[in-house]
Design a binder for this molecule. Structure first.
Ligand SMILES: Cc1cc2nc3c(=O)[nH]c(=O)nc-3n(C[C@H](O)[C@H](O)[C@H](O)COP(=O)(O)OP(=O)(O)OC[C@H]3O[C@@H](n4cnc5c(N)ncnc54)[C@H](O)[C@@H]3O)c2cc1C
Length: 389
């Protein structure tokens, strides 16, 4: 909370100049602070008259928060793969902390709820109701934040899907806790805190973030970054919860759901042929298609190739695109910038074709071919055709 003491203020306006966010203006000779204020304290430091003060919120108690909670996102009653991936990582973290792993599901007659224990969960908390069939951010966030207040997990993980990205910040705001978006790594540090790692400053550094003062420690994680556990018939408990009718009130009315026809599902593809600026022209993607068809795979692209208008933005791999984890990723004419690598480096086998032997992509490849892709790929396609005959 920021306050101006009018008895001390002389209206010099130094605070106005000091505010880099432009949140302070002088009204009737007194500073008026707008909602844009980030509480950075620059005005407090500049004021020689001690007229501006920031009152710190009382530190909240963070004891008695235990367990790791995973949001069990579903679409059309089917639990998404990212939930299994988060359960895999959550299980490892829960074992380190010696705390339980929980999963909360909202929906209507969601399939496979009881099988989530086979993938690591100790407890499944199921909210089943007609009104929860379709995602409604107001209703979902109300139910989940109240549930979290009751069970008090120390960590809460959500898939960084379109739904997770909308839901996570809303829940974090309701719980007045921090949230790290789009994490690529999660570990427990020596103090038992969640180390949340994500690319920062355009992918040029990896930032490890902690949330020491509030609970739960919340993070969203992109699909395909974590690995799901092998199915294992382990025991767990399922709790079916009544839905409080007060929480079902919403200003949002869903009129119709329109499904996006994602014909190029690169996130779930097992073989990806990916093209970059080395293709030199849009038509290069015809060659990519040809190779992908021979391999029963799909095509993808670097951001630079997409920015050049050579491919559809839905098939962009990387930091500002999608994370993929195929069995085989063939990078053709892609330099291997870090922003591209974070989207594909966990692929099982990586092959790169690049003219430049010093291209950074070769640092992470299993097989590297230093050559002109227009020499190599047609021969590759020819040989694949021969094998098929
Ligand atoms: C905030 C931010 C987010 C970003 N997000 C993404 C992202 O999500 N995904 C992404 O891909 N990028 C992203 N980028 C851009 C990224 O930094 C790179 O600019 C981009 O990945 C480069 O694409 P490229 O490898 O296709 O092109 P280039 O870097 O131009 O590389 C082309 C490569 O092709 C090789 N080559 C040229 N001709 C041939 C040939 N005939 N045969 C074989 N090899 C050849 C060259 O040696 C070179 O290595 C982001 C950048 C920023 C700042």
């Amino acid at each position: 909370m920021i306050n101006v003491d009018r008895k001390k203020c002389i209206g010099c306006g130094e605070c106005v100049d000091a505010c880099v966010f432009g949140s302070i203006s002088l009204k009737n000779n007194y500073p008026s602070i707008s909602e844009d204020c980030r509480l950075c304290g620059a005005c407090v430091r500049i004021c020689q008259y001690n007229a501006i003060t920031i009152k710190q919120e009382k530190k909240r108690k963070i004891t008695n928060w235990k367990g790791i909670l995973i949001f069990g996102e579903q679409r059309d009653g089917v639990i998404l793969d990212v939930v299994y991936e988060l359960l895999g990582k959550g299980r490892k973290l829960a074992d380190i902390l010696n705390e339980p792993l929980l999963c909360v599901i909202l929906g209507k007659s969601v399939k496979g709820v009881n099988k989530l224990t086979f993938y690591g969960a100790d407890e499944i908390h199921n909210f089943d109701h007609d009104n929860l069939e379709s995602f409604n951010c107001e209703i979902y966030s109300e139910i989940i934040s109240n549930f979290v207040k009751n069970i008090r997990p120390s960590i809460f993980l959500i898939g960084a899907t379109s739904i997770g990205r909308e839901l996570g910040p809303r829940i974090a705001a309701k719980l007045r806790t921090g949230l790290t978006a789009d994490c690529t790594g999660l570990e427990i540090n020596e103090n038992g805190l969640l180390l949340q790692t994500r690319p920062a400053y355009g992918g040029n550094i990896m930032a490890s973030i902690i949330c020491p003062h509030t609970r739960p420690q919340m993070a969203t994680v992109r699909p395909k970054v974590m690995k799901k556990l092998e199915k294992n018939e382990r025991e767990g408990n399922i709790f079916n919860h009544e839905v409080n009718s007060d929480f079902l009130k919403s200003r949002i009315k869903i009129l119709k759901e329109v499904k996006y026809d994602n014909h190029q599902d690169i996130e779930n593809a097992e073989i990806i042929v990916s093209g970059g600026m080395g293709l030199g022209r849009k038509e290069g993607f015809i060659l990519m298609e040809e190779l992908a068809n021979e391999l029963n795979g799909v095509i993808a692209a670097s951001r630079a190739a997409i920015d050049a208008g050579w491919a559809d933005p839905t098939i962009q791999v990387g930091m500002s695109g999608k994370v993929v984890r195929p069995q085989l990723y063939i990078a053709c004419g892609i330099s291997g910038a870090v922003q591209h690598r974070v989207g594909m480096e966990t692929s099982d086998v990586i092959v790169a074709i690049n003219k430049n032997e010093r291209a950074p992509i070769f640092d992470i490849t299993d097989f590297g071919i230093v050559a002109d892709l227009y020499d190599v790929i047609p021969k590759f396609i020819q040989n694949l055709k021969k094998i098929k005959i």
